[in-house]
Each structure stands twice: as structure tokens, then as C-alpha cells.
Write a protein that binds this ligand. Structure first.
Ligand SMILES: Nc1nc2c(ncn2[C@@H]2O[C@H](COP(=O)(O)OP(=O)(O)OP(=O)(O)O)[C@@H](O)[C@H]2O)c(=O)[nH]1
Ligand SMILES: [Mg+2]
Length: 281
């Protein structure tokens, strides 16, 4: 992304600004059409006096206006377990992010439990068990092909009994356009609500930054099925630009809560809008 903007600013320093070319570059950077249009309009308003510094400032300001302010850091409930449901399409980094998030919260001295509610893929429970052992967090697992809702319910019961601050439920990858899979997600949500009507307290959609604007379609479908409270954007250490965060925020006001920047335990960071705009510009 940094390269992309450098190119734009090189163009801006020329005598004549090629707006079409700039617009195309922004769209290719996953920023999204509404945001691109806003930026271009603002730049056009400034007309001939525009210099590269103005352009950077305007781009950053416009992006920050669209990204919702960061919600407060995750904190436990006074008398219950805060349940976090981790959802998303296949392979985006749900299991890894669930484990990293458990570790993140544990480092803050909170008690955490994990639930292996991906009962669909045979190796999924084992994968989470390896993580749970590594970060030393208890894992509640059901039998193979068990109903994911019942695993979540059992895990919630165990977490409440143990007085755990947080329960993080890893779920199976599901294609956002498959009706029955989205219905299963609604069932998990309803089941968790039986013991505590406010549960799940957070539903995080995990999106892979390398899939570009496809993440917008995923966010739409998942948000429709089950109201999302945040995004975890993974693989930002790769070629992904992360610009889709802006389109998702613009359309659905879903804040990005965490970013994944690698495969190791500590490679999960709280999302900071200011760092984000400085990173892309
Ligand atoms: N580079 C990088 N790799 C990541 C990141 N997050 C996850 N991965 C890798 O992405 C791959 C898939 O991660 P998983 O956590 O298994 O993804 P998942 O969404 O649980 O996959 P399914 O359960 O099959 O849907 C693994 O190889 C992870 O190590 C990240 O932030 N950066
Ligand atoms: Mg998984």
C-alpha cells in the first residue's frame, strides 16, 4: 500500500493530475468505491494548490472519519463469563486468532477458556488442543461430529461454573452464501443465549487481508445472519493491504478490533486506526 500511495503522490507532483488513474489505484488498493470517491472529491476541491503533503493528510483524515472510533478494550463482565464467538469463511485464521486472543487476554491476567466448536473438520479440535496446550489455557471439546451448539453450551456451562472471565468459541469455516451453514451459526448464537441472554457478547468475523474486497461480501452475509461486533483482520504481514476495513466500516459500521500479523502466539495486536492510516499512507 505504501508503494501505491507513493506512486499517486509522484503523479500529483507532476503538472497535471490524472484523476482517473488515482481513482483506479485507490480502488485496486481495496479502499472501496465510496471512500475513493470521497478522497477524490476532497482532493479536487483543493484544486491546483494540492501538494503531496496535503494529499496524505486529506487521505488520512478521510479514512479516519469513516473508521468508527475503537471500542474500549475487551474487559470481563462483573458476574458472568464474556463469550466471544469467532466466525468466518474457511481458512481465514479463526482457530489461530482464537488461540492468540486467548493468550492476549491471559497476558492481561484474565482467566480464559477455549471451546472447540469446529466439529466438522476432523483435525480442527486437535489443532486447537495444540494451541491450548502451548498457551496453557483449558479447552472444552466435544466428540467428533457433535453439534457445535452443544459444545458451545457445555463450554459456557463449564466457564460459568469455573468463574472464567472469557470463553472463546472457535467455529468451523463456513461459506457465507450457504444458507444451512449460516443457520447453524444462528443456532449457536441462540443456544449461548439460553444461559445468558446477552451471550455471545462479542461475535468477531475473521477476514483474511489477502482476499481483498471479498471480505466485504463476507461481512455482509455474516452480519445479516448474526450481528457482528467486530473484525479480526489476519495476514496483514502478507501482501494484503487491509483497505477493505474502510469499506466494511463505511457500509456496516463494524469496527476492526484486532489484527493478525503472523503465525506466532504474540502476533495479534489490538487495532489502532491511527497506526492503520499511517501504515497505508
Ligand atoms: N502470515 C499469517 N498467517 C496466519 C495469520 N493468521 C493465521 N494464519 C495462518 O493461516 C492458516 C489458516 O489458519 P487457521 O487458524 O487454521 O484458519 P481457520 O480459519 O481456523 O481455518 P478453517 O478452520 O479450516 O476454516 C494457518 O496456516 C495459520 O498459521 C496471520 O495473521 N498471518
Ligand atoms: Mg479453524
Amino acid at each position: 500500500m505504501a508503494g501505491l500511495f507513493k506512486k499517486i503522490f509522484q503523479r500529483l507532483s507532476r503538472d497535471k493530475v490524472d484523476w482517473d488513474e488515482i481513482e483506479e489505484s485507490l480502488i485496486l488498493g481495496d479502499i472501496g468505491l465510496p471512500m475513493t470517491t470521497l478522497i477524490i472529491e476532497r482532493m479536487r476541491d483543493l484544486g491546483r494548490s494540492l501538494n503531496p503533503e496535503d494529499a496524505i493528510t486529506i487521505c488520512r483524515e478521510e479514512i479516519l472519519k469513516i473508521i468508527p472510533p475503537s471500542p474500549p478494550e475487551l474487559c470481563p463482565l462483573p458476574e458472568s463469563t464474556k463469550v466471544i464467538l469467532v466466525v468466518g469463511v474457511n481458512g481465514t485464521g479463526k482457530t489461530t486468532s482464537a488461540a492468540k486472543l486467548a493468550n492476549y487476554l491471559k497476558q492481561l491476567n484474565y482467566s480464559v477458556m477455549l471451546a472447540a466448536a469446529d466439529t466438522f473438520r476432523a483435525a480442527a479440535v486437535e489443532q486447537l488442543q495444540v494451541w491450548a496446550d502451548r498457551i496453557d489455557v483449558p479447552l472444552i471439546r466435544g466428540s467428533n461430529n457433535a453439534d457445535p451448539s452443544s459444545v458451545c453450551f457445555e463450554a459456557q456451562t463449564a466457564a460459568l461454573e469455573a468463574g472464567c472471565d472469557f470463553l472463546i468459541c472457535d467455529t468451523a469455516g463456513r461459506i457465507h452464501t450457504r444458507h444451512n451453514l449460516m443457520e447453524e451459526l444462528k443456532k449457536i448464537r441462540r443456544t449461548l443465549g439460553k444461559r445468558d441472554p446477552a451471550a455471545p457478547h462479542e461475535i468477531f468475523l475473521v477476514v483474511d487481508a489477502t482476499t481483498g474486497s471479498n471480505a466485504l461480501a463476507q461481512a455482509r452475509q455474516f452480519n445479516e445472519a448474526t450481528e457482528l461486533s467486530g473484525l479480526i483482520v489476519t495476514k496483514l504481514d502478507g501482501s494484503g493491504k487491509g483497505g477493505v476495513i474502510v469499506s466494511i466500516a463505511h457500509e456496516m459500521a463494524i469496527p476492526t478490533r484486532f489484527i493478525g500479523i503472523g503465525e506466532k502466539t504474540e502476533d495479534l495486536k489490538s487495532f489502532c486506526p491511527e497506526h492503520f492510516v499511517q501504515h497505508i499512507l
